[in-house]
Design a binder for this molecule. Structure first.
Ligand code: ATP
Ligand code: MG
Length: 186
């Protein structure tokens, strides 16, 4: 994503930490980029199923936004509206599919901004190897901006990033028993 002088290279962002707002920050950036006439490619990791409201909005932004969803459906939500992540055989296969899609997306000159949502989480919970994600970052086109989200970013990922925002969980209603809510948490 070059600047008007055409000299500034695209940056690598990491949105991490235990607080709420990593995925929404990435989606907010997608909205801003589309407003500036840029094309956005998104790969969602470990987020199978249909329940995420943002995808209905992203569908309205085609073809400026294209996205791919990976993750088994049962990793979507467990009973009671709480989030869970699995790492069974199907989850591992889906993560591998996500990594392949991400490799194609970061190399695709159509995209000015690439978002790999929960890619950090996928490494953290053992669905992907750290090397796979580091290789993706190295493979990024110099012109494009790359965003990775997920809790628990590793020092090696932080080391390759140009911007790291750690969102702190100072207070969260889910600890008071409020389940995840449509349009707010998913
Ligand atoms: P968001 O998608 O809202 O920006 P995030 O990407 O920072 O959040 P994730 O760790 O991906 O955070 O969690 C996704 C959503 O699930 C968040 O909205 C968060 O508030 C909510 N959440 C996380 N853990 C729980 C839980 N145990 N119960 C209910 N909601 C939860
Ligand atoms: Mg998230």
């Amino acid at each position: 994503m070059g600047t008007p002088d055409g000299k500034t290279p695209g940056m690598v962002h990491v949105y991490t930490g235990n607080g709420k707002g990593k995925t929404t920050a990435a989606l907010g950036l997608a909205l801003r980029a589309v407003g500036a006439g840029k094309r956005v490619g998104i790969v969602f990791f470990d987020k199978g199923g249909e329940r995420y409201s943002e995808r209905k909005a992203l569908d309205r932004l085609k073809p400026d936004v294209e996205y791919w969803v990976t993750g088994s459906v049962r990793a979507d939500f467990s009973e009671g509206g709480r989030f869970r992540f699995g790492n069974g055989t199907e989850d591992l296969a889906e993560a591998r599919r996500g990594l392949d899609l991400a490799g194609e997306t970061v190399a695709d000159p159509r995209f000015d901004l690439v978002i790999l949502d929960e890619a950090v989480t996928a490494v953290r919970i053992g669905l992907l190897g750290l090397e796979g994600i580091l290789a993706l970052i190295e493979k990024k086109r110099p012109e494009s901006e790359l965003v990775l989200t997920g809790r628990g970013a590793f020092p090696d990922i932080i080391g390759l990033a140009d911007l790291v925002s750690e969102i702190n969980d100072t207070k969260h209603y889910f600890r008071e028993g409020t389940p995840a809510r449509e349009g707010i948490d998913y």
